[in-house]
Design a protein around this ligand. Sequence first.
Ligand code: GLV
Length: 329
Amino acid sequence: MQKILVARPIFPDVIERLKQYFDVDWNQGDVLPADELTRRIADKDGALTAGDPIGAAVLAAAPRLRVVSNMAVGYNNFDMAAFNASNVLGTNTPDVLNESTADFGWALMMAAARRIAESEHWLRAGQWQKWTYDGFLGSDLHGSTLGVIGMGRIGQALARRAKGFNMQVIYHNRSRVAPEIEADLNAQYVSKQDLLRRADHVVLVLPYTKENHHTIGAAELAMMKPTATLTNIARGGIVDDAALVEALRSKTIAAAGLDVFEGEPDLNPDLLSVPNIVLTPHIASATEATRRAMANLAADNLIAALGEGPRAGQPPNPINPEVIGKARS
Ligand code: GLV
């Protein structure tokens, strides 16, 4: 039997599925430190990760390894140049999380705009004495302009929901999406600067790459309206968190919602003392149904990539399909 490492706790029934095909080394404890991950992956044919960093050193330590299946759509934890150089396949879990993640983007955006977390903290702290006409005034979603940066599958699912709120949708992306999609979403392509200046609510849904590091920093925040909100459901590092703290403190923008952070799970501690921000622990895809779908898709990818199961040799979500069938180097 081929051997696999499952680097994180996942649904036990998915482990049972994997055990039908593989000898499974399952880490049910804390996140594996790099040295332990490297040691435990060394004799494996495949691995299932969820954000664990996999680079040249790990691949070099595991000469039999042919596939690493990430239980996430984002795969910035994989050094794809190293994967390609070693002919190791990477896979991810796109699509199954689009709708849940888009729902959550709206939840965060609305919580930021309508000051839900901030007012709830105040209420819990026993500070509510009377109703006032100007208590926690926020900004409207309906009839406003939504700015989506990153118009991939999740961005499109997010933009589609704007119809019900009668919002104007503007977007920025590496490239324009097809005219039919623009027409269907009633979305207008604009430059990043235009988007920042015009949008009432900016949502980030782009992948993290070196080029996207600090896509939103002090200069970009300064272009936004003082009444605007910023929501990040993409990846930490796309926003300069220190610059965001400063912008929220000085009311350069009105409010923010963050589900992802630079250096998470450690946060810039200043974020915790800013009232006009909603903070959640990277849970945008976290519904029972969606996390199950992601775990099962990650298992499907691993099973197929290692030549087992009904789709043997044809994993559904290869990131670098060009290495399929090539000898490990
Ligand atoms: C979660 O962050 C994912 O990339 O799926």
